[in-house]
Design a protein around this ligand. Sequence first.
Ligand code: FAD
Ligand code: NAD
Length: 461
Amino acid sequence: MREHDLVVIGAGSGNAVIDDSFAGLDVAVVEERWFGGTCLNAGCIPSKMLVYTAHVARTVSEAGTYDVDAELSAVRWRAMRDRVFGRLDAEREEGRRARREADFVTVYEGTARFTGPRELRIEGPDGAVDIKARQIVIAVGGRPSVPPPVLDSALPYETSDTVMRIDAPPRRLAVLGGGYVAAELAEVFAAAGSSVVIVEKEKRLLGPQDETVAERFTELARARHDLRLGREVTAVAGRPGALRLGLDDGSTVEADMLLVAVGRVPNSDRLNLEAAGVATHDDGRIVVDAHQRTTAEGVFALGDVCTPVPLKHVANREAQVVAHNLRHPDDLIEADHELVPAAVFTRPQIASVGATEQECRDRGLDIVVGEARYADVAYGWAMEDTTGFCKVLAERGTGRLLGAHLMGPQAPALIQPLVLAMTLGIDAATLAKSPYWIHPAPTELVENALLDLDLDLWPRA
Ligand SMILES: Cc1cc2nc3c(=O)[nH]c(=O)nc-3n(C[C@H](O)[C@H](O)[C@H](O)COP(=O)(O)OP(=O)(O)OC[C@H]3O[C@@H](n4cnc5c(N)ncnc54)[C@H](O)[C@@H]3O)c2cc1C
Ligand SMILES: NC(=O)c1ccc[n+]([C@@H]2O[C@H](COP(=O)([O-])OP(=O)(O)OC[C@H]3O[C@@H](n4cnc5c(N)ncnc54)[C@H](O)[C@@H]3O)[C@@H](O)[C@H]2O)c1
């Protein structure tokens, strides 16, 4: 049985662990499907490229707002899809080629599962191979979760793994779930001409967001899509291309295509982790300590398979931590999940960091809330924005920033000064008053939200 110094299972974020500093070692990467993982092939990047096109289409449709005469004649789905995936598939193949050519890396293309502590069997197109390793990194990500009524129906459905690559947008798309994937892809398909129905079991879309964001976003989405909130699908009937979803209130939804977007499950259940001595939480995530070490000696994990925050920038950070800790066993560093910002690339865009108002309330914190609207700053006038806002939460008395929530154009970029301040421990008054804020840039929205906080701490003018 061949023994490697290091084996990485999963060439998504796991692939980033290996760089030339490992060149003195005998390293292997195991990948069963696609180099670059979910983000490159079926996640962050294609969804953002498609949603950007959707924004362009909507800008054309709404050009009249700016006294520009323009007419949207079509979104050419196939051309758009081929542009996006032509580029991304080439990136994937380039990544795969580069790994295969690195002389210190062996690439196994197949599915890995443990046969013992730090021992693996890899099943690939050419049969099975058994290997062992001094150290292993598990980076196998997750997969879309599919609820029983959909599986039981044996009727076709799409997930984020497949739906962005289809040949033509459906006339009627039903989306099960009203979270990140639903919000972003509803935008894409609506722009491409589909009528969209969203079935969400909670009362609001994007439920875990700050309550003001979730409420206002849901209201805006209601104007564009058919929302069935507080509802679950009990049965899927009909035939391929003509589906009928039965909901738990007795109502039905007719659709040509069903997109299932009810969350993701970690791929830990496919690894035979008992044989490796690697423990998991009840929800399937691998247990890791702050150094990304699992419960098995010499085995690390990173990304969606273990993290409390399943986002790509978190997986990347965890990959950096693992890479460091593999090289420096006597000087381990930690992954920090305290202040992870997140964005939803819908229209309007959404960005958040830190606590929501409802979390502050539940924790009994004494807070002040500052809010500013795009409509109240000059750049917001230029954008003719009437719905966007920035909300900041700070501790009364100290001005310590606890959370920030934005909805509107460029929100994922606008939140960054707040992320910096919170990460570096800069309080609200100092952030508002010390740096210059460019006029009339959209960042004045953030400045105004900070100034709106009812604090007694403002530095003397
Ligand atoms: C539609 C969509 C949009 C998203 N958009 C964003 C976004 O805008 N911003 C953001 O931060 N996050 C986004 N995410 C989340 C982000 O994609 C994930 O957090 C990130 O890709 C996780 O990386 P990972 O390396 O843990 O897993 P993955 O990227 O899934 O990589 C795991 C790899 O392991 C391989 N593998 C699995 N099992 C085995 C096995 N047994 N043997 C060998 N190989 C195996 C898989 O084929 C895969 O290549 C999005 C996700 C989706 C689905
Ligand atoms: N912009 C981004 O960063 C981005 C974009 C897309 C995906 N992602 C990542 O991918 C993950 C998966 O996205 P997602 O949208 O599938 O999950 P999600 O957790 O964001 O949303 C799932 C939604 O489905 C609902 N739901 C669950 N079961 C249901 C059922 N049986 N019937 C109806 N509704 C049901 C939940 O209440 C929730 O609102 C996200 O959690 C996120 O980590 C990130």
